[in-house]
Design a protein around this ligand. Structure first.
Ligand code: ZN
Length: 169
């Protein structure tokens, strides 16, 4: 396992679409271990493979209140319900936060590290994190959802910007 540098804007890999994982082999398992290590080192709650420069459809999420992380391979959103404004940050856009619209609840489907199909119905921070990280796999950043420049704010220098750390207040 190693901590890898997190790609930041304007790195164009963040704007690229990741490819479907065909086989969960040792390279994918190593990727997952590296992503978890890198996410923890950055105190993030989520990370997508693009963020460490790998175009494979893998995301990891670890909410502060959860004991274990979620490893989600080839995740897709199957339905979205409702709309709410949330506060959001991204490890690839340090020093900023924005206010964007996200769903109230999302249903999603993907595979776990063993290749089994997993379905997650989520609301709150988990729902936001799933949308944020799957967006990364599609080359979309939260700033792409900004409707107005006033909705993006620069944070004071000592304020870490964590992936999806910020949520509705
Ligand atoms: Zn992000």
């Amino acid at each position: 396992m190693s901590i890898l540098p997190i790609r930041q804007l304007p790195d164009l890999i963040l704007k690229q679409k990741a490819k479907k994982v065909r086989r969960i082999d040792s390279s994918i398992n190593r990727l997952i271990a590296d992503m978890l290590e890198t996410m923890y080192a950055a105190s993030g709650v989520g990370l997508a493979a693009n963020q460490i420069g790998v175009l494979q459809r893998v995301i990891v999420i670890h909410l502060p209140e959860d004991e274990l992380p979620i490893v989600y391979i080839n995740p897709v959103i199957t339905s979205r319900e409702g709309e709410r404004e949330v506060e959001e940050g991204c490890l690839s856009i340090p020093g900023y936060r924005g206010f964007i619209m996200r769903a109230v609840q999302v249903k999603s489907k993907g595979q776990n590290q063993e290749g089994k199909i997993v379905k997650i119905t989520a609301d709150g921070l988990l729902s936001q994190a799933i949308e944020h990280e799957i967006d990364h796999l599609n080359g979309i950043l939260y700033v792409d959802h900004l409707t107005n420049h006033n909705k993006l704010e620069k944070l004071p220098p000592d304020n870490g910007s964590m992936d999806s750390m910020l949520t509705t207040r």
